[in-house]
Design a protein around this ligand. Structure first.
Ligand SMILES: NC(=O)c1ccc[n+]([C@@H]2O[C@H](COP(=O)([O-])OP(=O)(O)OC[C@H]3O[C@@H](n4cnc5c(N)ncnc54)[C@H](OP(=O)(O)O)[C@@H]3O)[C@@H](O)[C@H]2O)c1
Length: 298
């Protein structure tokens, strides 16, 4: 069983499963139930959603599967996000692509997610992206309301800078427990901009979206041949695959990164879970770091 994380009560799994691409998987509800059962069995119990995924369809598909096996709900933690408006034929009421983090939008979005997912409560709600018009008092009012009425248990953010995080936290009674950001051997930005220092300082869990850079990790010959050479060599030494090395590399960081997987293929989830048992040496970790950034450490 994978280690659970976060001291403040959100018992999420160290490796999460994401559902952004669910509409591309062409899975029947029965096949999705089987996939979810296998994920849970592997200890991957945190399921990552957003209202907008799959043109507002992914939460619905997930809810249809859950309805076939309601007992699965007790063994998983459901994460969803809100705050982005995306014009879609599935949402004719949304006419412009922008952010909306008003009290009414956040509350309406959660009510819609609850209906689509067919659950009573969201375990963790994230504000999807920082908005230049974010009024922290309004977000706090919506969060406090959703907590008080029992619709959301925990709150966090995604793609937030330290100052955006601190601003919102300063208006909240409850702690923000997650900042979900892009982290991978091909995306070092948040390792360097203070995000991972900030989460450690405040006991916040960093969830890593696109841990394989959206699939670019498998095109390293084109994207970064030196990183490809280094990761292939390290993978061979560990009798592992490049994706497993990427997961082990993220897990090795002291901030307690929780990668969010993006594939609907159970063998990829199994591989990632097996990587949880691998330990990269500091030497190997830095070889990947140096190859990714293209120059030695100073
Ligand atoms: N908070 C945010 O702003 C944000 C943004 C983006 C994503 N997310 C979350 O993060 C999750 C993961 O993102 P992601 O889907 O971009 O993750 P990812 O794991 O970086 O990329 C997934 C892609 O990699 C491919 N892939 C995975 N393992 C492979 C392998 N061994 N060989 C070849 N191809 C492989 C998958 O193809 P196959 O389908 O063929 O396996 C899929 O196309 C999303 O589902 C979502 O929940 C959050």
């Amino acid at each position: 069983m994978l280690h659970q994380y976060h001291p403040l009560g959100f018992q999420g799994s160290r490796i999460a499963q994401g559902f952004w691409r669910l509409t591309e998987w062409n899975m029947s509800a029965e096949a999705l139930v089987a996939f979810l059962e296998q994920c849970v069995e592997l200890g991957v119990t945190t399921m990552d959603h957003a209202d907008i995924y799959g043109d507002y369809q992914c939460e619905k598909l997930f809810g249809e599967a859950l309805a076939l096996r309601p007992s699965l709900r007790d063994n998983m933690q459901i994460v969803t996000k809100c705050g982005i408006m995306l014009p879609s034929q599935n949402r004719p009421d949304i006419t412009s692509h922008r952010y909306d983090q008003s009290v009414s939008h956040i509350i309406d979005s959660v009510n819609r997610s609850l209906r689509n997912l067919r659950v009573e409560e969201i375990d963790l709600l994230l504000l999807h992206r920082p908005s230049p018009l974010m009024d922290a008092d309004h977000v706090a009012e919506a969060f406090e309301h959703l907590y008080t009425v029992g619709k959301v248990k925990h709150f966090g953010v995604s793609n937030f800078s330290q100052s955006q995080f601190d601003l919102l936290q300063s208006r909240l009674e409850m702690p923000l427990i997650v900042n979900q950001v892009e982290l991978s051997p091909l995306e070092l930005k948040h390792f360097k901009d203070g995000t991972l220092d900030h989460v450690q300082q405040h006991a916040v869990t960093p969830m890593a979206w696109s841990p394989f850079a959206g699939g670019n990790l498998f095109k390293l010959e084109e994207v970064n041949p030196e990183l490809g050479r280094v990761m292939t060599q390290i993978a061979a030494q560990h009798h592992a695959t490049i994706d497993q090395i990427a997961i082990a590399w993220l897990l090795r960081h002291p901030s307690g990164i929780a990668p969010v997987l993006g594939s609907g293929k159970i063998e990829r989830v199994q591989a990632a879970v097996a990587a949880h048992e691998m330990t990269l040496s500091d030497k190997e970790w830095f070889e990947i770091w140096v190859a990714s950034q293209g120059h030695p450490v100073p």
